[in-house]
Ligand binder design. Structure first.
Ligand SMILES: [Fe+2]
Ligand SMILES: [Fe+2]
Length: 219
């Protein structure tokens, strides 16, 4: 089902955890979230990938490609590279304007894309996307110097996202399935904000995504 068939409603973001104020958008066909195809994802990047990544010196597409390229450089498999590539897809499904963190808005983007990708990718890809924000909270609690090295916008969003984990929360998080992968993804995420960094093109990572797509909706 193409995006052109989707209507926009102003319902709060997603299916899972915090439903918050803030004007997030949800793509729907009738009342059912539309599952994206790989073509839809490519079209989303074509349509909105040139938008600036809030508070960072890269575009949405550059950030996605850099994150995926860093995963690839470390030998990550198709699913983890694809999770890195799509970890912020939720930003492209919302329209919250410039730097929502400055307005105190948490866009809960780690959840926003999930209903639209379920059925296209397996739990490992979805888990990397869902947990990449909590991985930041985990790294702040467990890795000396990590918090200080975060970008200004990332520190601002951390507060809105619940802040640094307590020791107990950190232990509970890292015991979750997919959490170690999400921590790796998060490290790439933090590094994927370099203006002008060379990467493979979108088509390269679309091909890797296709290799781990579940098949039915892969074309
Ligand atoms: Fe993110
Ligand atoms: Fe990111």
């Amino acid at each position: 089902m193409g995006l052109s068939a989707c209507g926009l409603t102003d319902q709060p973001a997603v299916s899972q955890p915090p439903v918050r104020k803030g004007g997030a958008y949800r793509l729907t066909i009738g009342k059912t979230p539309a599952v994206l195809t790989l073509q839809d994802i490519e079209a989303l990047f074509a349509r909105r990938g040139a938008e600036q990544y809030s508070g960072e010196p890269v575009t949405q597409l550059e950030h996605a490609l850099q994150c995926a390229a860093l995963a690839e450089a470390e030998g990550a498999d198709d699913e983890l590279v694809t999770a890195a590539f799509l970890h912020d897809l939720g930003h492209l499904l919302q329209d919250l304007g410039e730097t929502p963190t400055l307005r105190g808005v948490d866009d809960v983007h780690q959840y926003a894309a999930l209903p639209f990708l379920r059925g296209l990718f397996g739990e490992r890809v979805l888990g990397g996307i869902q947990l990449h924000v909590d991985a930041k909270r985990y790294l702040c609690a467990t890795r000396p110097g990590y918090h200080e090295a975060l970008s200004e916008d990332s520190r601002r969003s951390l507060k809105l996202q619940g802040g640094t984990f307590s020791d107990e929360q950190a232990q509970a998080f890292i015991a979750r399935a997919g959490a170690p992968d999400a921590v790796r993804l998060r490290i790439w995420d933090d590094l994927a904000k370099t203006a002008g960094a060379p990467t493979p093109p979108l088509s390269h990572f679309m091909a890797r995504a296709r290799r781990c797509a579940l098949g039915v909706r892969a074309s």
